[in-house]
Design a protein around this ligand. Structure first.
Ligand code: ATP
Ligand code: MG
Length: 335
């Protein structure tokens, strides 16, 4: 299947730009949603400080990385310095306090892989998940946001890819397909590979911000205002990029041997990471290295059934972008 064919892009591809950009625009959250999010965050901050005066709340995930659609839930991290706290105890206490403050649907999920409290604010109608001390997620959120500032085509492409994945049912980690976070990393990797490159490799440059989280040193170049226009030598617009993205994952990526690595701005070999065989539940059928937690394969959720579903969806999307008279409809058709 690998390198089955390398085809030239249809010559009317740029006709698709208008339709794809209109979809992108329609998914951007309106300003008033941001205002409501801030309002809820301020309320939660007041509640948390009553019990933990030194704690801080950080928004992470799609509400903070610029890849969020309208009406997304907010992901929040409660950062408490004290190393001796018991996360479950904190979450149960927090759930109690939120309930007495009239927040709705409060639920502590202390046994989840990432333990959280869920809640809904009746005032704004916004739902959110609060976790404790998941600082790595806050750091990778900033990395994604920083990449998005460099070239608007990343945000455009990632919105289209996320919208496609949600429409096609392949954005469900509990069913063995990929998280939104994984799809955004695939987009960053892809734009780092274009020639001329559309995105640089921030972790390959002089580190201007560094933090150590859970013994992992996270450093990269974050003065992104110095990189505006980095990709201007590449004039590709959204439609050809969407076409090339799906072609890359349908026909060009070497699933058997390669790991995509935003950290290195390239691919690394599965062999070098010892990701060549199944270990426990990690099957490594599509390998996406986490930029900071490099032993973590974001494709670990994918099994031998869902890898077929995923690859068939990439091929379907590539076919549509190549041949369909109206790709903007067909691409997002519910499965
Ligand atoms: P959506 O719009 O679908 O809610 P999202 O950007 O919130 O998208 P999620 O995949 O829900 O994306 O992830 C939220 C955040 O949690 C990510 O931005 C990332 O910081 C962190 N995260 C998610 N999955 C992982 C993972 N497997 N490993 C490490 N961090 C992760
Ligand atoms: Mg989310």
């Amino acid at each position: 299947r690998m390198l089955k064919r390398q085809i030239a892009c249809r010559n009317d591809i740029n006709r698709m730009n208008g339709g794809l950009l209109a979809i992108y625009e329609s998914l951007i959250p309106p300003e008033e949603e941001k205002t409501k999010q801030k309002q809820l965050l301020a309320l939660l901050d007041r509640i948390v400080r009553r019990e933990w005066p030194d704690a801080r709340l950080y928004v992470y995930g799609s509400c903070a990385n610029s890849f969020g659609f309208s009406k997304s839930d907010i992901d929040i991290c409660l950062a408490i310095e004290d190393a001796n706290i018991d996360k479950s105890e904190v979450l149960l206490k927090l759930a109690d306090m939120l309930q007495s403050d009239n927040l709705q649907n409060v639920q502590a999920l202390t046994r989840a892989r990432v333990p959280i409290v869920k809640l809904m604010d009746p005032e704004t109608g916004i739902s959110c998940d609060i976790c404790v001390n998941n600082v790595l997620a806050v750091v990778n959120t900033k990395l994604l946001l920083d990449y998005a500032q460099i070239d608007v085509r990343l945000r455009q492409l990632a919105f289209i890819v996320k919208h496609w994945a949600k429409s096609r049912g392949v954005n469900e980690t509990y069913q063995g397909t990929l998280s939104s976070y994984a799809y955004v990393l695939m987009c960053i990797h892809f734009l780092q590979q274009r020639r001329p490159a559309i995105l640089p490799c921030l972790q390959g440059m002089e580190a201007t911000c560094t933090v150590t989280v859970d013994n992992i040193k996270c450093g990269y170049f974050d003065k992104v205002e110095k990189l505006y226009g980095f990709g201007s030598h590449n004039g590709e617009s959204l439609a050809p990029l969407v076409w090339a993205f799906f072609n890359y994952w349908a026909y060009c990526h070497d699933y058997a041997n390669d790991v995509i690595s935003v950290r290195t701005g390239s691919t690394v070999s599965k062999r070098a990471k010892d990701w060549t065989r199944r270990i426990g539940n990690d099957r490594h059928l599509i390998c996406i290295e986490d930029p900071f937690e490099v032993s973590h394969d974001l494709g670990r959720v994918v099994d031998k059934f869902s890898i077929r579903v995923l690859r068939e969806e990439f091929e379907r999307a590539a076919e549509i972008m190549q041949y369909d008279p109206n790709p903007c409809v067909k691409l997002f058709e519910p499965y």
